[in-house]
Design a binder for this molecule. Structure first.
Ligand SMILES: Cc1cc2nc3c(=O)[nH]c(=O)nc-3n(C[C@H](O)[C@H](O)[C@H](O)COP(=O)(O)O)c2cc1C
Length: 168
């Protein structure tokens, strides 16, 4: 157990504001348990290790979707394309069936939902998870990776979705 040292904490509003200056790619984590698909939008996705191939994301302890995903044998990281901002918003919206029309998806291996027209997919088996602060760190072992063309990514910055603009 890590000892928590008393000390000055950053002002929460400033913390959020500085974090929002960090542009991030947008993914939707999907899985299914007992035939029911579930998914949520996340920007906390990151690669962790190449050997073994590991990736991670962080999910809010209060998420109502995570309990539906956490027992899945497999989950997919759907890397959203630049024209999928509405899809990202849809998978963050409470109280709707996120997989209903106009969401376009298909069941992949083991029935894991794969969103259509994404920049890429990673298929993962749960590797480990850790309660950390008010989030859960989820690490997945990547078993398959699919890249799609064009792979123009969706980005999130200061509360808005946008696209990547290369220097040349
Ligand atoms: C751009 C964006 C990024 C998000 N990133 C995360 C994230 O990394 N982790 C997380 O737990 N929730 C994240 N959310 C929020 C969840 O998508 C959303 O709160 C959740 O799906 C709705 O609550 P539920 O989990 O109870 O369904 C993000 C939302 C948006 C719009």
């Amino acid at each position: 157990m890590t000892e928590i040292l008393p000390g000055p904490a950053v002002d929460p509003a400033r913390f959020r504001r500085v974090l929002s200056a960090h542009a991030a790619g947008v993914v939707v984590i999907t899985g299914q348990t007992e035939g029911i698909p579930a998914g949520l939008t996340a920007t906390s996705f990151s690669s962790v290790s190449l050997e073994p191939p590991l990736v991670c994301f962080y999910v809010d302890q209060n998420s109502t979707t995570w309990p539906k995903l956490k027992d899945a044998d497999q989950f997919a990281v759907n890397i959203l394309a630049g024209n999928q901002a509405e899809l990202a918003a849809r998978f963050a919206r409470p109280g709707i069936d996120r997989f209903a029309e106009p969401t376009r998806w298909r069941p992949g291996p083991l029935g894991t939902p794969l969103l259509r027209d994404t920049a890429g997919h990673l298929l993962c088996t749960p590797y480990t998870s850790l309660d950390i602060g008010d989030h859960i760190l989820v690490i997945g072992l990547v078993t398959d990776a699919l890249v799609h063309e064009p792979d123009q990514p969706l980005l999130y910055h200061r509360g808005r979705f946008g696209r990547f603009m290369p220097h040349n």
